[in-house]
Write a protein that binds this ligand. Structure first.
Ligand code: GLN
Ligand code: ZN
Length: 803
């Protein structure tokens, strides 16, 4: 393959871009401004100014770095799906009565009032739809495809026609014009918007039935973009590939897209269809006859699509830089892939998806200053933009082929050294001098085994052994692990983390809190207790901080939803456990009570799902290493007297691949990892697992194969449908369907909880049901926790008495 002999002579309309930017601010400025505004609406001007500063900074940085097409419109006050809902008049009817937002004047007379345009009139209705308000339930929230970002699910009401209100997008485009930025308007595409929405309760039809009507509204948005003199518009259409588009809609999708493109062309606007997270073949096929001007393809997550159906003038925006992970790009390899595409189509270089999913910049991360070797392997958002620009320069350079061969981009390695350099890099990534030695070290412990390293007896035998040792009533009551993290608990942890309090003082504070939590649970009359997790900031980070092979950052924030951000640890090397991680807290708790206390761990799959994970070996191998570390912890907890151990796999559903054909392999390695982590436990130790945040009906087989003695699952919010699905399935192990939705401060009544327990007990049989809340209680306050758990225990007793 030689780039010189290609048709890439056709100069692409632009050469370097990204699908979208992180928007929360390198120091979470937007989070702080929005939360301040929620507390005090008089702070609207400050919010507007923060938004303007963040947007302006992005725009000027982007052009300075060398992007020649800059996404505008990827800034959001909460969520990009909700932005579109607001922009097409599809906020739910229940927020209608909330008054329009009026810009405040602010105290500074010198202030530039143009920033106020960034607070659209619908802002307060928008926030109410996102978070709920007095008497208003929020929209449902769910995972954005297979990422850790969560989007809101718009509820469509056929009685409310779509009506375009592009003011917020226009406000952003105007800022771009002030900075002379080559702007490209961006919003979620009509098919993806509908595919991820649902119908309002009590209405009939399917959201996709309204595609023609929505395309009309999108045409009005295109008009507004054209009026701003903006030449490009990008519609994100990941749902075309990800299995969210039901069969039988292809013709209609192509036809409506064609209408949209034709309209854009009439108005002099060119259209980019952006896809991501999996291979783009279906999009290419669906859109190749629509006249679309550019297609954005994820070359990291998916196999390269066959582009032959796409007219040779169509621009391919090639996402060769990983937008979801934090590793530097192998630029020589990326350049090879680009040159391949350039054989047939004009090419622009891009990241595989929006940079929403990675932290802002290495410069903002102080913890890496002492880790130069790790830092040299990393690229966050800002660095990825630089990679994109360098790749574009190299690709469009007359000597592209020589640059590629000489690996100038890959740290000036010569072609002869290229292979060797790659090998060294891989070795460094593994954090080990010798790859064979490292493999041997892991193998020496316990080799991977099909089905997991698992020696437990079949469930009926285990159940007997556990029954004798635990002596629990039917419908036993318990909780998921954490108890309210009061300001005092957080302050004690933070002071210790900053080195402002001594280890003994910190331990004493934690033990006091554990004593309090045990005391409360005994008073409430719960059967299986927990220590309450006061020492944990986060269920993944807590373990990552103590395991070798992980690096925990101090400022590498990534938006999880709305104003909530997380700092995923970076799993960069071989994982091992230098010493026990939870045993002393467990011991403290168990010493205080006769009742069983659960040892509480995070499972290997969830550790991976909520980290940035090395990409130089299969996930299954990495999962096995983490599993061995958890396994050692399980054994130590057992030795310390734990009669019940819970290994949380909150995220097991989340890593399920988007492509159906990849799912069997995932089920195999994820189950194997869980069984390796837990399979060393004696039969008389009761193994619990917990999962939440997803629909689990689709993976009941996988959960069955995990073979935990008790599985607790979030269920209250989804109206207990899960219980009926389990009853109808082959899943035959004990379950604790959450009977109290802990995501809301509302205290459930005894009757309501009784009805749920009764439902579960009838559907599944009373000897199979545990009575638990939906999830951990760390975000709740004590008053509602006490009241709700009291209702839960009373309700369990009521149903027990009726058995
Ligand atoms: N054990 C954890 C807790 O209670 C589980 C959290 C979760 O499932 N998200 O906080
Ligand atoms: Zn949970």
């Amino acid at each position: 393959m030689t780039a010189r002999s290609t048709r890439a002579g056709q100069r692409p309309p632009f050469t370097a871009t990204v699908p979208g930017f992180p928007r929360i601010g390198a120091h979470r400025e937007l989070k702080k401004a929005i939360e301040a505004y929620w507390r005090d609406p008089a702070l609207a001007p400050e919010l507007a100014d923060t938004a303007a500063t963040l947007i302006d900074r992005r725009l000027t940085r982007a052009t300075a770095t060398g992007l020649d097409s800059v996404p505008v419109g990827t800034f959001s006050h909460y969520d990009q799906m909700l932005d579109v809902a607001a922009m097409v008049g599809a906020l739910p009817a229940r927020v209608d009565d909330i008054a329009d937002h009026e810009p405040g004047s602010g105290s500074d007379p010198e202030r530039d009032p143009s920033a106020d345009d960034l607070l659209p009139t619908w802002l307060d209705r928008y926030f109410a739809a996102a978070r709920g308000a007095e008497g208003i339930a929020p929209l449902e929230m769910t995972k954005w495809f297979d990422t850790n970002y969560h989007h809101l699910v718009p509820e469509l009401d056929p009685a409310r026609p779509f009506a375009a209100d592009p003011s917020f997008l226009v406000a952003q485009l105007r800022r771009a014009r002030r900075h002379h930025v080559p702007a490209r308007a961006v919003l979620i595409g009509p098919v993806t918007f509908l595919a991820l929405s649902k119908m309002a309760d009590g209405t009939v039809g399917a959201p996709l039935d309204r595609l023609p009507e929505l395309v009309d509204a999108y045409r009005d948005i295109v008009d507004a973009v054209a009026d701003e003199g903006v030449e490009w518009i990008q519609f994100d259409e990941p749902a075309l590939n990800t299995g969210h588009l039901p069969a039988g809609r292809d013709g209609e999708v192509s036809e409506q897209w064609r209408r949209l493109v034709v309209h854009a062309h009439v108005r002099g606007v060119r259209v980019l269809a952006q896809t991501y997270f999996t291979d783009a073949q279906r999009t290419v096929d669906l859109l190749s006859g629509t006249g679309v001007d550019a297609v954005g393809v994820d070359y990291v997550a998916g196999a390269a699509p066959d582009l032959s159906a796409l007219p040779t003038s169509t621009l391919v925006v090639a996402g060769v830089v990983d937008g979801r992970n934090v590793w530097r790009t192998d630029c020589a390899r990326a350049l090879g892939a680009l040159a391949e595409v350039a054989q047939s189509h004009p090419v622009a270089v891009s990241t595989s998806c929006s940079l929403l999913h990675v932290p802002h910049s290495l410069a903002a991360e102080p913890s890496l200053a002492d880790e130069p070797e790790l830092r040299a392997r990393l690229a966050f958002g800002e660095e990825k933009i630089i990679e994109v620009v360098s790749l574009a320069r190299a690709l469009h350079h007359p000597n592209c082929e020589r640059i590629r061969r000489n690996g100038i981009l890959a740290d000036a390695e010569t072609a002869a050294n290229e292979e060797q350099a790659e090998q060294t890099e891989q070795t460094e990534r593994a954090g080990q001098p010798d790859p064979d030695a490292s493999a041997a070290a892991v193998e020496h412990e316990v080799p991977r085994r099909k089905g997991g390293v698992h020696d437990r007896a079949p469930f009926p035998e285990r159940r007997e052994a556990q029954r004798r040792r635990l002596d629990l009533p039917p419908l036993p009551t318990s909780t998921i692990g954490s108890f309210p993290q009061t300001p005092e608990v957080r302050a004690a942890r933070a002071a210790f983390a900053r080195g402002e309090s001594s280890a003994p003082a910190y331990e004493a504070a934690m033990v006091r809190e554990i004593l309090h939590v045990i005391d409360e649970q005994e008073k409430l009359g719960l059967d299986v207790l927990v220590h309450g997790e006061p020492e944990r900031n986060d269920m993944v980070q807590y373990f990552a901080e103590q395991l070798d092979g992980f690096h925990c950052t101090s400022n590498a924030w990534v938006q999880s939803y709305g104003t909530r951000c997380v700092r995923p640890p970076i799993l960069h090397g071989d994982v091992s456990r230098p010493e026990p991680m939870t045993v002393r807290w467990f011991r403290a708790a168990q010493d205080m009570t006769e009742r069983p206390v659960k040892g509480m761990l995070t499972g290997p799959v969830t550790m991976l799902a909520w980290s940035f994970v090395r990409d130089d070996q299969p996930l299954a191998d990495t999962a096995h290493q983490v599993a061995l570390a958890i396994r050692a912890e399980c054994e130590d907890l057992e030795a310390a007297g734990a009669r019940v151990i819970q290994v949380d796999e909150a995220a097991i559903r989340e890593l399920l691949p988007l492509r159906p054909e990849d799912r069997a392999a995932y089920a195999e390695w994820s189950v194997e990892a869980f069984r390796t982590a837990t399979g060393g436990l004696a039969d008389h130790v009761q193994l619990h697992t917990h999962m939440c945040y997803s629909d689990f009906e689709s993976i009941l087989d996988l959960i069955r194969d995990m073979d935990a003695d008790v599985t607790t699952i979030e269920a209250a919010r989804a109206g207990f449908e899960l219980v009926d699905a389990i009853a109808a399935s082959d899943f035959d192990l004990p379950v604790g369907p959450g009977v109290w939705d802990i995501h809301s401060p509302r205290v459930p009544g005894v009757d309501e909880v009784t009805a749920r327990i009764d439902h579960a007990s009838r559907a599944l049989g009373p000897d199979r049901v545990w009575v638990v809340p939906d999830c951990g209680l760390k975000t709740r306050g004590w008053p509602e926790t006490r009241a709700s758990l009291d209702a839960l225990v009373k309700a369990a007793r009521k149903v027990r008495a009726s058995l």
